[in-house]
Structures are given as structure tokens and as C-alpha cells.
Design a protein around this ligand. Sequence first.
Ligand SMILES: Cc1cc2nc3c(=O)[nH]c(=O)nc-3n(C[C@H](O)[C@H](O)[C@H](O)COP(=O)(O)O)c2cc1C
Length: 194
Amino acid sequence: MSTEMDAEQPLPPWRPLLTAARKREGRLPGGRWLQLATLSVHGYPRVRTLVFRDWSAAATLDLLTDARSEKCLEIERTPEVELCWLFRKAREQFRLRGTATLIAPTGDSVDLDQHWKRLPASGRSVWAWPPPGDPFDPQGPWPQEVSDDAATPEHLRLLRISLHLVEQLDLKPHPHLRRLWTSSRQWQEQRINP
Ligand SMILES: Cc1cc2nc3c(=O)[nH]c(=O)nc-3n(C[C@H](O)[C@H](O)[C@H](O)COP(=O)(O)O)c2cc1C
């Protein structure tokens, strides 16, 4: 897994901007929350919040999810997704468009196992709960923690998004700064009207 400091690939110009905006959020957990939009199997939009986990390459980011949740079926049908990441302190919004792949804990899933081990015991618990979206059953099980030595759950999925368009809107200057970068133009910056 790469980190912000990884020098394997040159970073696209928007990566340091995103890092700077994230830094301004400090240790607030909200700095890692982003919204993932997918297309439902019936053709309407769906959006929900996920936790950013890490960069796995210069323009590829990793999220974790549950194979039993609706978004996985949606992504299998339509892998094109959009993320919206709002940084309140920086007053900046990033919209990130990319192609998603779902990686299961079978075969070559070293990265998924690493993500699982890095989760806190409380964070792991949600994958031990009954299927998301099913009618609520108080019998659960609803564990609050899952220990370090628990095997990677079979329905854990690494949701890896390979980005091809990034757009930033910065509300600080007047006029607002809006620019976009696309991988097809070698991430060359284009400034557009806010
Ligand atoms: C702050 C916050 C963080 C969340 N993080 C995740 C996450 O990392 N992965 C995930 O699958 N769901 C996460 N969720 C739950 C999702 O927003 C969503 O409710 C769930 O994944 C079911 O989505 P779906 O039915 O559209 O598939 C989070 C919710 C909140 C409020």
C-alpha cells in the first residue's frame, strides 16, 4: 500500500492540494468522510458516506465496504462512480470521478488483509453484523468489537477507485477558484468558471 510520501509514481498536481485541505481538518474524523455516488440498478442516483482508507497508487484510492450492501451490486453493474469530498475548514470541495473495482478476500488480497488488520476493534465490528438493509432483528448478533486475530470476513470488500477526473472548488478567493484535471490530458490543469 502506498502512502502520501510514496515516490513510486509522480503525484498528479491535485494530490498535494487534497492533502493540504485534509490537513486543515486536523484530527477531526470528518476529514476522512466522503460521499460515494453510484447508479442504482433501476437507474436512479444513490449516495452515501464512506471512510477514506488510503491511496493505493498516485490516482487510486481505497475504501472498505460490505459485499452484502446494495452499492456492491450497483458497482458490479455500473463501475463508474463519483466521490464528493468536502473540507469545511478549507472551504474546498473535491469531486472525483473514477472506475471502481471490488476486491474480495480470496486469492491475492494482501492489501485487503492489511486494511482489516489496521482497523480498530470497534471498526471491525460492523462486518460481524447481519446483512445491511435487511429488516432489523434485535437478536443480531451485534458485537461492539472484533478482536485483532479474527480472520478477514468473507464479505469484506476493498473498493478500489481508479480516478480519471478530479475537480476542485475553493471558496476562499474572490472569485472562487474552480479547476479540473483529467488523466486523459495527463492531469494538466484547466481553470473553469466557478
Ligand atoms: C460517517 C460514516 C462513515 C461510514 N463509513 C462507511 C464505510 O467506510 N464503508 C461502508 O460500506 N459504509 C460506511 N458507512 C455506511 C454507509 O453510508 C451506508 O449507509 C452503508 O454502506 C449502506 O449503503 P448502501 O445500502 O448504499 O450500499 C458510513 C456511514 C457514515 C455515516
